[in-house]
Design a protein around this ligand. Structure first.
Ligand SMILES: NC(=O)c1ccc[n+]([C@@H]2O[C@H](COP(=O)([O-])OP(=O)(O)OC[C@H]3O[C@@H](n4cnc5c(N)ncnc54)[C@H](O)[C@@H]3O)[C@@H](O)[C@H]2O)c1
Length: 309
């Protein structure tokens, strides 16, 4: 009898929380959440030396955050530092760091902790793309994709999460990709690394939920092509539904998602429909849709970055 009562009680509590969370989510679909204040927060951005990373740095500079910029490209990173100061950043620190090297990540992370303090918003943004078909991609380049696009996230979390846990305060941001949601022709190693980054960030999110560390937020970002140069030469077969995104637009959406503590951000919105179709449609039908939408030829004219670090 007691165990039936306990089960009924547990179920009622679960039901109450379930209904509340559904209502809360419905309300926040209609009324945007209040944006959190990030002034004074220590924001670390990897790959801050160009593209999206630079734009994110400038936006957090305007929001009054303390900036820690990491990039393998010293020159690009110094330029971001200069622009961030111009944008009004009170404190900016640039560090040259090859995020693909675990020991280097740990060493520079220790330096940041000593010189700046505990990072409270960690944005894993550094990324590379090889853009080669699987069998013509040299092993070393495939390994590099994993080292930069995924494994660097492990080492940065290891370095900065403990302090966030101690304070039950922080935000972990994973810049994955649409290629972290669906497999793409000619992007096997990139897709695999971005799926890994997504899965890792989502697993830690669940781990934090299990540990009742609700003060540490997660945002996982999956954009389609952005016009930063990384995917130069690539095209979209369906610009109406899957347009190539402007960097400024993408950076604004990412900052908004962080400030509103949104967990998943897929850009453009049509990617949410893609995910539903992927789950519901028979595989052969889904592949026909992909082919019809030009999804097999996205990488045909890839030029990409001039140099892969
Ligand atoms: N551009 C797109 O179409 C697109 C689409 C989806 C996701 N993304 C992701 O967005 C992120 C930013 O890309 P972007 O478009 O700004 O490209 P980008 O090439 O302009 O920026 C990437 C930055 O990462 C840095 N970097 C590369 N290897 C590094 C290493 N080992 N250590 C430290 N820094 C390193 C580069 O120097 C560069 O500054 C990447 O993770 C990318 O995969 C980009």
């Amino acid at each position: 009898m007691a165990s039936i009562l306990r089960s009924a009680c547990n179920f009622s509590v679960f039901l109450g929380k379930f209904v509340f969370s559904m209502l809360e989510s419905l309300v926040f679909t209609a009324v945007p959440r209040r944006r959190k204040n990030v002034a004074g927060e220590i924001v670390l951005i990897t790959g801050a030396g160009s593209g999206l990373g630079r734009l994110l740095a400038l936006k957090f500079a305007r929001l009054g955050s303390v900036l820690v910029l990491w990039d393998i490209n010293k020159e690009g990173n110094e330029e971001t530092l200069r622009l961030a100061r111009e944008a009004g950043a009170a404190q900016v620190h640039a560090y040259t760091c090859d995020c693909s090297r675990k020991e280097e990540v740990y060493r520079v992370a220790d330096q940041v902790k000593k010189e700046v303090g505990d990072v409270s918003i960690l944005i894993n943004n550094a990324g590379i793309v090889t853009g080669k078909k699987f069998l013509s991609c040299p092993d070393g380049l495939m390994e590099k994709s994993f080292d930069v696009n995924f494994k660097a996230h492990l080492w940065t979390y290891k370095a900065f999460l403990p302090a966030m846990l101690a304070e039950n305060h922080g935000h972990l941001v994973c810049i994955s990709s649409a290629a972290g949601l669906v497999g793409i022709n000619g992007l096997a190693d990139y897709c695999a690394s971005k799926f890994a980054a997504f899965g890792f960030a989502e697993s830690v999110l669940v781990e934090l939920f299990g540990q009742k560390k609700g003060g540490i937020k997660t945002t996982i970002v999956c954009p389609f092509f952005i016009n930063t140069g990384m995917f130069d030469g690539c095209s979209t077969g369906f610009p109406l539904l899957l347009p190539i995104l402007e960097p400024e637009y993408a950076a604004n959406k990412i900052v908004d998602a962080i400030l509103q503590e949104q967990v998943y951000l897929y850009m453009p919105r049509f990617l949410y429909i893609v995910m539903i179709l992927k789950s519901l449609l028979p595989t052969k039908t889904a592949q026909l849709v992909l082919e019809y939408m030009g999804g097999l030829n996205l990488m045909d004219h890839f030029v990409g970055q001039k140099k892969i670090n």
